[in-house]
Each structure stands twice: as structure tokens, then as C-alpha cells.
Design a protein around this ligand. Structure first.
Ligand SMILES: [Zn+2]
Length: 125
């Protein structure tokens, strides 16, 4: 009984490397996203002189939003890097609350998920 539980409580090697690859891909995506936003926000500043007052306000609002996106992506990137640094741990891919392995379907949809669906919705509720 105890042995069965131990086996069920870790991700298989195959799933482990699939998740690691998905996290690496997500990390690359986030780095590229942050780079493209950095470029976009820099362009807004440069273009300001040629725009009217209203469009300048629009541009500033867009820039604020882009900066918020960038901040969020940065936080997510840090989390992805952190999760990757623990990829050799026993509980890699397991829920941070109930320690059950997070289903692969969820991990493939969101490789940086640290909670299973049940625990995530329990926290939100
Ligand atoms: Zn859980």
C-alpha cells in the first residue's frame, strides 16, 4: 500500500522529460515576448513627437499595458526558471498542495502549473 503510493507520487521519466522540454520552450517564448515588448515600448517613446495629443495618450496607455504585460511575463519567467532548477527533484511536476502528480494534460496546457486543478480551484474559491 505504502509502496504503491510512493510509485504514484512521482512523474514517470518520460513525463518528466516531456515537462522539462515544455518548460524550456515556454522559457524561450517568454524571453522572446519580453524582448519584443521592450522593442515595442521603446518605439512608442521614439514616435511620440509625430503624434497628436489624443494618440499620444493612447500610445501612453498602450505602453502602460505593454509594461504590465512585460512585468507579468518577467514574473512568469522567473517561476519557469525556478521550476526548471528543480527538475531533478522527486516532486517535479507534482502539486504544491496535495503532492499528487499534476495530470500531463494540465502540464502540457500550462507547463508552469504548480497546483493540480482541484487545489488551484480550492485556493481561488
Ligand atoms: Zn493538488
Amino acid at each position: 500500500m505504502i509502496d504503491d503510493n510512493l510509485l504514484a507520487d512521482t512523474l514517470s521519466d518520460e513525463h518528466r522529460s516531456t515537462l522539462e522540454a515544455a518548460l524550456r520552450a515556454l522559457k524561450t517564448d517568454l524571453v522572446q515576448f519580453i524582448a519584443s515588448i521592450t522593442e515595442a515600448t521603446a518605439t512608442v517613446v521614439l514616435d511620440q513627437g509625430q503624434q497628436g495629443r489624443l494618440s499620444r495618450i493612447d500610445a501612453m496607455a498602450a505602453q502602460k499595458m505593454a509594461q504590465a504585460h512585460k512585468r507579468r511575463a518577467g514574473v512568469r519567467l522567473e517561476r519557469v526558471v525556478h521550476i526548471l532548477s528543480q527538475s531533478k527533484n522527486e516532486d517535479f511536476g507534482c502539486c504544491g498542495d496535495c503532492v499528487e502528480p499534476i495530470p500531463m494534460a494540465r502540464l502540457m496546457a500550462r507547463p508552469d502549473a504548480v497546483l493540480c486543478v482541484d487545489c488551484a480551484s480550492a485556493r481561488e474559491g
